[in-house]
Design a protein around this ligand. Structure first.
Ligand SMILES: NC(=O)c1ccc[n+]([C@@H]2O[C@H](COP(=O)([O-])OP(=O)(O)OC[C@H]3O[C@@H](n4cnc5c(N)ncnc54)[C@H](OP(=O)(O)O)[C@@H]3O)[C@@H](O)[C@H]2O)c1
Length: 251
């Protein structure tokens, strides 16, 4: 373990469960002071306790990252508690799977707001923390659905493809600043987001058939990847995404 990350401050959105929780805990193990963001204070507190139990530092902030006023207030609260932030993990996201003809406009906007507009709001607030310091890391949870798709994924795929485009553009904007902007594109992971698929025997079998390594991703698969991308040696990785998908995109 290098000491490079020790004492740095990170914001992780959607840290109450799933991939966000695992990445936050992995950063906490490296001595990163972590701000945990989501809407469920009790669940965020569980993540915080896990980090503190390992000797790390964690702070809980409840905010809906799709709400402009709440994100602006969040930035002030985080700055007051942790000072400037060097690492931002935009992980909060939602999925809604149905045919395009069955989407209401409100549902469509809900997916775009959660997966794309939230990242704009968070970056607008936290990029100023990183500019001029020579180091910063922004990780955006894109998806294999940024690259390929499936039926009933119009809202999700378009939001995640948009997020990959956002990642590239912001990486170019910040490339001279020592701030990298990178997507992490998971394939199917065994999280609450996929509970409905995993609990449906037919759909679950279809997914397992399509994942070349024949298993769902486990949250433990992603923590050290996030740590690596935040590390010193990852400064040449920017404006792209790292795919972690059991081989899905290779087909
Ligand atoms: N799991 C996969 O197979 C997979 C594959 C590709 C990409 N991804 C992406 O990876 C990320 C994490 O996925 P996951 O599977 O860990 O999802 P998850 O288990 O459903 O967790 C989603 C997290 O996002 C938070 N969140 C959602 N909307 C929010 C909002 N408006 N404001 C604040 N927090 C919000 C939730 O917190 P609260 O509800 O407690 O507020 C929760 O902590 C997502 O962006 C997802 O699209 C996942």
């Amino acid at each position: 373990m290098s000491d490079f990350l020790r004492g740095k401050a990170a914001v992780v959105t959607g840290a109450s469960r799933g991939l966000g929780r695992t990445m936050a805990v992995a950063l906490g193990r490296e001595g990163v002071r972590v701000a945990l963001v989501g809407r469920d204070a009790a669940k965020l507190e569980e993540t915080a306790e896990t980090i503190r139990g390992g000797g790390g530092e964690a702070h809980v902030f409840t905010a809906d990252v799709t709400d402009e006023a709440q994100v602006l207030a969040l930035e002030e609260q985080v700055r007051a508690a942790l000072g400037t932030v060097q690492i931002l993990i935009n992980n909060a996201g939602v999925n809604l799977r149905k045919p395009v003809t069955e989407f209401t406009l409100a549902e469509w906007r809900w997916v775009q707001d959660a997966n794309l507009t939230s990242v704009f709001l968070m970056c607008r607030s936290f990029v100023p923390h990183m500019k001029g310091t020579g180091y910063g890391r922004i990780l955006n949870l894109t998806s294999i659905m940024s690259h390929v798709s499936l039926p009933e994924r119009t809202a999700y795929s378009s939001s995640k493809a948009g997020l990959l485009g956002f990642t590239r553009a912001l990486a170019l904007e910040l490339a001279g600043e020592g701030v990298t902007v990178v997507g992490i594109s998971p394939g199917p992971f065994a999280t609450e987001m996929n509970a409905a698929l995993m609990n449906d025997p037919e759909k679950s079998a279809m997914f397992l058939e399509r994942i070349p390594v024949h298993r769902w991703g486990q949250v433990e698969d992603i923590g050290e990847l996030a740590v690596y991308l935040c590390g010193e040696r990852a400064s040449f990785i920017t404006g792209t995404d790292i795919v972690i998908d059991g081989g899905w995109l290779a087909q």
